[in-house]
Design a protein around this ligand. Structure first.
Ligand SMILES: Cc1ncc(COP(=O)(O)O)c(C=O)c1O
Length: 282
């Protein structure tokens, strides 16, 4: 799919692992803004026309870190654009199993276009399984099968057997994730509203993280570093940017046991109060 030096267009922000894998493969990354409703379709079109990328990488169903889901109309527009302008979209749907709000949207690939969809057993079942799947046209599947075989010499058979058994209980697993993540999301939103009213969270439609805009003038990198020293791990926006931007944004991960979440939020609030008190001279 990619040769060193090729351009890949990705959402800004995007999953850090994808940014690293693409950079290691020698890709030049071009970011397109991604907001409450996923990738900005107009900006995507401009970027594709200008850069003629090897492919576009999207997370249509639950962006990590924002938790956004691409609406149906935008899916149709992206699929049509892929056909009209002749580019491939890799739709990383690994996080679709942790959708919290609403019914599962029709997959991007169901709207037409040249779409490669990737998924994973990690989010619905367990990350330790290391089993994923891919849906694409036959020749892409054949090519990637050869590449994968050369890279990992095959996926663990016990892990595949466990996954095959679990697939029969996928709905049950999704319902359990939905309940747990919905409750954790409410806890974070309630705490921010009560304790940190200047912070501007985006309400994620799914996933295990909240994308929060800090009050003007604050660096998320500096704050995350201080929070880490106070014993709470949060990630600063530039982690999810291919341009080292987004330093006004912070990612709060909440896919953790409730006691851990509660303790983390207490530390986060007290760290912010200490810092902002210093900054205002209080
Ligand atoms: C958007 C996205 N894609 C892929 C992955 C990686 O999934 P896996 O555990 O299957 O490697 C993650 C993990 O957090 C993710 O958030």
């Amino acid at each position: 799919l990619l040769r060193p030096g090729d351009t890949v267009v990705i959402e800004e922000p995007s999953f850090r692992g994808a940014i690293e894998i693409l950079r290691t493969a020698g890709a030049q990354l071009v970011g397109v803004p991604s907001g409450d409703h996923g990738v900005a379709v107009d900006a995507l079109e401009v970027a594709v026309r200008r850069h003629r990328p090897a492919f576009v990488l999207l997370q249509s169903t639950v962006n990590n870190p924002t938790g956004a889901v691409l609406p149906n109309q935008a899916r149709t527009a992206v699929a049509r654009m892929s056909t009209d302008l002749g580019f491939t979209v890799v739709d990383d749907a690994a996080t679709a199993d942790v959708l919290v709000d609403g019914p599962m949207p029709r997959p991007l690939a169901a709207h037409g276009g040249r779409i490669v969809t990737i998924g994973s057993a990690s989010k619905g079942f367990w990350g330790g399984l290391r089993v994923g799947w891919l849906r694409a046209d036959r020749s892409t599947v054949d090519r990637l099968t050869v590449v994968k075989g050369a890279e990992d010499l095959g996926t663990s058979i016990p892990a595949q057997l466990v996954t095959a058994r679990l697939l029969g209980r996928a709905d049950e697993a999704r319902a359990a994730r939905r309940a747990a993540l919905g409750a954790a999301r409410a806890t974070v939103l309630d705490t921010l509203a009560a304790e940190l009213p200047d912070w501007r969270p985006r309400v994620p439609a799914g996933g295990g993280s909240m994308w929060v805009e800090l009050p003007e003038g604050w660096s998320a990198t500096a704050f995350a570093e201080r929070a880490g020293r106070a014993g709470v791990d949060v990630l600063a926006g530039p982690t999810f940017s291919c341009h080292d931007a987004l330093d006004e944004w912070l990612r709060i991960g909440y896919a953790v046991p409730f006691e851990v979440l509660h303790a983390g939020l207490v530390r986060l609030v007290s760290c912010w109060n200490a810092l902002s008190g210093q900054a205002t001279g209080a």
